[in-house]
Design a protein around this ligand. Structure first.
Ligand SMILES: [Zn+2]
Ligand SMILES: [Zn+2]
Length: 146
């Protein structure tokens, strides 16, 4: 399978290309992911920063301070508002891509962990074979997307 995948925002202005297998794929039901997606969970596909190339489009950034004082900076299309990517203070060198923004086949990657399962909806079933954490995967991590 090719390691090259492309994706973009809802209006098509922002486009990106990833050129490696993801380092980590997390499903997250923290309240930040729920708000930013308007959904029950966020899909975080992490790459090394150098494996993600932004091809076109303008994004705006919003820096969120977590309760523990670490920052998380999400970037979204300035036209349609789709959150496309983010960086995290606690994961230097990595870049998160919003899992639903890949072109078809959108869900080509395999989730490895489910974090913040404590705030997932009762009716949502966690996939088999995924490591489940009630909050963050590691205690020293202070940022919600893990
Ligand atoms: Zn857009
Ligand atoms: Zn989250």
């Amino acid at each position: 399978m090719s390691d090259i995948h492309e994706g973009g925002c809802a209006c098509g202005a922002v486009r990106y290309r990833t050129s490696a297998e993801p380092q980590r794929v997390s499903l997250c039901s923290c309240t930040w992911c729920q708000r930013r997606t308007g959904s029950a969970l966020g899909i975080s596909v992490y790459f090394m920063a150098e494996d993600v190339e932004f091809l076109q489009g303008k994004m705006r950034a919003y820096r969120l301070q977590s309760d523990a004082g670490r920052w998380l900076e999400s970037e979204f299309c300035e036209t349609c508002g789709t959150t496309v990517t983010w960086t995290l203070e606690f994961l230097p060198g990595f870049r998160g891509i919003a899992g639903g923004t890949f072109d078809q086949p959108t869900f080509w990657y395999q989730p490895q962990r489910y974090v913040f399962a404590r705030s997932k909806p009762e009716w949502l079933t966690i996939p088999e074979g995924v490591d489940v954490y009630q909050t963050m995967a590691l205690p020293q991590k202070t940022c919600p997307v893990g």
